[in-house]
Design a protein around this ligand. Structure first.
Ligand code: AMP
Ligand code: MG
Length: 320
């Protein structure tokens, strides 16, 4: 099925909002590049973003908001973060802040991290759509993994038209350069990705230095965490459960095993992806050893298996 390409209009925005509300994917124009957007609160919709892009990893996604108020519902904005948001939003600045306790954003969108990336795009159609659905949209660039970021609706259609539900055509993107990503860690600023706004301009507004990732990693280890890993020891491809282990199933559990949690009782990889981080967090809080059922290493299963393998290697290394 080929997704319709609709020029931006009130009717097209209405349709796009309906698609988002029902968990679908819409390509949206922004001032930087086209984004592949879904309801950030809907874990399965977010899982579909990764599946559509064919990403072999779960990178955290940027949540797009239409107001500072919406931003503050999902992130904890310090006075310094607020100052940057007020100076550069709407615009190509993504701010990484601690996740708000009750943020209406699925754990998958921030890849299980305690922080969240937020920005307000400087594009009337994107803002209008976010206002219509009245919730943040998770959106990476609307291209297949490893391919060029799209700056026209036609680029998106060429790569993804059979993998999404609707393409909003707002013409060519103004900038074509991605947003600058700044982590705000208390009173420190770290540039995680250079982008459309110059580091010097950010430093000017903040009236302080903006560190490189290397400098930031030394001074702010917590904030610089790039991947979620549980503290518990993980045992993968488990077909039994051993003394002291919690069991995370996928589909039918092995004979005689009562799973602690199940990523997807019906063996659905999209559902499993949407549950992955929330369930790992829960199991990590409940025990020190987690056995995990085998999952197919295909489609979005590749990203799930990648995350589990890294988490298992890390916990082995730390020697929990
Ligand atoms: P994209 O959506 O493709 O423009 O990429 C988003 C970028 O933001 C990725 O490179 C992520 O690593 C980065 N990012 C998003 N959220 C976080 C976070 N909570 N902590 C650190 N980096 C993040
Ligand atoms: Mg990208």
């Amino acid at each position: 099925v080929t997704a319709p390409v609709l020029p931006v209009s009130p009717e097209a925005l209405d349709q796009a909002a309906a698609v988002i509300r029902t968990g679908g994917l819409v390509a949206i124009p922004t001032e930087t590049v086209y984004g592949l957007a879904a309801d950030a609160a809907n874990g399965e919709a977010v899982a579909r973003i990764y599946a559509a892009k064919g990403r072999p990893r779960f990178n955290p996604l940027i949540c797009h908001v239409s107001s500072l108020e919406m931003a503050r519902r999902i992130g904890v904005f310090s006075p310094l973060a607020l100052r940057l948001a007020e100076a550069f939003w709407p615009g190509p600045l993504s701010l990484i802040a601690p996740r708000a306790a009750d943020a209406p954003v699925s754990a998958l969108a921030s890849a299980g991290l305690p922080t969240i990336a937020v920005r307000m795009p400087d594009h009337e159609a994107a803002l209008d759509l976010i206002r219509r659905v009245d919730r943040p949209l998770a959106a990476p660039s609307a291209n297949l993994s490893e391919q060029l970021s799209p700056t026209t609706a036609q680029h998106v259609a060429a790569q993804l038209s059979d993998r999404l539900d609707l393409i909003l055509d707002g013409g060519p993107c103004r900038s074509g350069v991605e947003s600058t990503i700044i982590a705000v860690d208390g009173d420190r600023l770290v540039q995680l990705r250079p982008g459309a706004i110059a580091r010097a301009d950010i430093a000017g507004v903040a009236e302080q230095q903006v560190m490189s990732p290397e400098e930031g990693a030394i001074r702010a280890p917590g904030m610089m965490q790039r991947h979620y890993a549980p503290r518990a020891q993980l045992r993968l491809d488990a077909s039994d459960v051993r003394e002291g282990e919690l069991f995370l199933a996928f589909g039918d559990p092995p004979r005689g095993v009562a799973p602690t949690l199940n990523l997807s009782t019906r063996g659905d990889l999209i559902e499993a992806a949407s549950n992955l981080f929330a369930m790992l967090h829960e199991l990590d809080a409940r025990g020190t050893h987690i056995a995990i059922a085998p999952l197919p290493d295909e489609g979005i299963g590749e990203a799930i298996c990648d995350r589990l393998k890294r988490a298992a290697a890390r916990s082995a290394e730390v020697g929990v």
